[in-house]
Write a protein that binds this ligand. Structure first.
Ligand SMILES: [Zn+2]
Length: 450
């Protein structure tokens, strides 16, 4: 059976991930993501109303025109997890394919919301739920099967999809960390990866997320970040002024820890900001997390401001607002607080907890610097980098190669510079550039089996 891979997007950047795998006549698309930094760099862009081709020209969504060179029909669109660089282009591209969107329940709920918010295109592809550990037959040959393997990442319900073909398995390895003690959900299913490496014809190809390949050692578990956070929050337990925390809204495990520790130090947690309400509300509705009954979640400007007024009236020392703005995003809640645009007044000595790391990108770094300066000018004390990454480091990558023993390796989720540490690792394991190690760019085809 012919096996061909189209590296559509995310092979020259972190963002706008999209890869297609053709097995005979059947094609499966993995991820359709957005490169948010290409959107945010323009001040006034509202993507909901924009046409796909304009967004492609901006470099914001994958240029999927290479798909016409693949001789087969798309049978499924498979987003791996709910981050925007993996699902953010579905509302702009999925309608061009007559195929269902297959994802885990949390990811699918987020896809549904993306599609509902879209005002230019009508995406009416079927939405099909599939859980980690389940499989689905692809096409009519009876020889191709899609499987979801449970992985751990900085968002819940993440999987690595595997396409089983008569020529071997194609494992799509974006995005994960090897977490054996996650705060929500099951540990990464390494046992299944090892089985896939051994069974049948083994692994034909492994497409890997190179984000942290240049970092030594292994990425710590989410439970390490949780302990770090606990330590910080207990250390300020006796402070009788304002404490404010921020983290990635989609990071439900972290939000859960913040909510629990707020209660532990005698404060009422409250989630503020549109995306805080969206992600945590969805996770709670789908029973991924159980929040206290009295946990408030407010997204709209008016209800947020009303909550801030109430906090000021009842005493800042009784509350822990958990807000958006960990990257210093100009319109996010924490940035507005820094600019003094909300009814919440910061006093000398008030604490601000960043349970996040700055995404190393000039726009983020600049905005975050500005936001932090504004907070410090009002006397805030800053607790930074209470965080662990969601991506594998060098030893995690080594372990994955050991487990899967792939015949071919395709580095992804980075630019050329970002690929190089992973290329070094693969070469040290006997892979050869151009033979079985395929460094590529956006919009290319790699024929693995003719
Ligand atoms: Zn991700």
């Amino acid at each position: 059976m012919e096996i061909e891979i189209a590296t559509v997007g995310g092979y020259e950047e972190v963002g706008r991930q999209m890869t297609a795998v053709r097995a005979g006549d059947d094609v499966v698309v993995f991820d359709m993501g957005l490169n948010l930094s290409q959107v945010l760099i323009h001040d006034d862009v509202r993507t909901e109303q924009m046409h796909s081709l304009d967004l492609i020209d901006m470099g914001a969504i994958p240029d999927d025109r290479v798909m016409s060179e693949l001789e087969g029909d798309v049978k499924a669109i498979v987003p791996t997890h709910g981050h925007l660089d993996h699902i953010g282009a579905i509302s702009k591209l999925a309608h061009r394919y007559n195929a269902p969107i297959v994802a885990t329940p949390f990811t699918l709920a987020l896809v549904e919301q993306e599609v509902d918010d879209e005002s230019k295109f009508t995406v009416d592809n079927d939405l099909v739920e599939m859980e980690a550990g389940e499989t689905m037959s692809i096409g009519s040959s009876g020889q191709v099967e899609l499987e979801f393997v449970n992985v751990t990442h900085s968002v819940i319900d993440a999987i690595n999809p595997v396409l089983h073909t008569p020529e071997g398995a194609v494992v799509y390895g974006l995005d994960k960390r090897m977490d054996h003690t996650p705060v929500i959900g099951d540990p990464i299913d390494m046992e299944r990866f090892r089985e896939i490496g051994r069974e049948g014809n083994g692994v034909l190809a492994y497409i890997e997320d190179c984000t942290n390949a240049g970092k030594k050692g292994r990425t710590p578990s989410e439970s390490v970040a949780r302990e770090h956070l606990k330590d910080v929050m207990q250390s300020i337990e006796d402070y009788d002024g304002g404490i404010v925390a921020t983290t990635f809204s989609s990071h439900i495990a972290r939000v859960k820890s913040l909510v629990e520790f707020a209660k532990d130090i005698g404060r009422q947690p409250v989630l503020l900001g549109r995306s805080m309400e969206k992600y945590s509300g969805t996770a709670e509705r789908l029973n991924f997390v159980e929040f206290p009954d009295d946990l408030g979640m407010y997204g709209h400007r008016k209800s947020v401001d009303r909550t801030f007024k109430r906090i000021m009236k009842e005493g800042k020392e009784n509350f822990l607002p958990i807000v958006t703005g960990h990257q210093g995003e100009p319109r996010a809640m924490l940035t507005r607080m820094g600019r003094g645009e909300t009814p919440y007044e910061l006093d000398e000595g008030d604490k601000v907890i960043f349970s996040a790391r700055v995404i190393p990108e000039p726009t983020n770094e600049g905005q975050r610097y500005q936001s932090e300066r504004l907070l410090r000018m009002q006397g805030a004390r800053i607790y930074d980098e209470i965080h662990v990454s969601g991506h594998l480091r060098e030893e995690g990558h080594f372990e994955m190669l050991q487990a899967l023993q792939p015949e071919h390796v395709i580095p992804a989720h980075q630019d050329l510079k970002g690929f190089s540490p992973y290329v070094d690792l693969c070469e040290s394991q006997g892979y050869e550039l151009g033979r079985d190690l395929h460094v590529t760019r956006n919009g290319n085809l790699i024929q693995l089996v003719e």
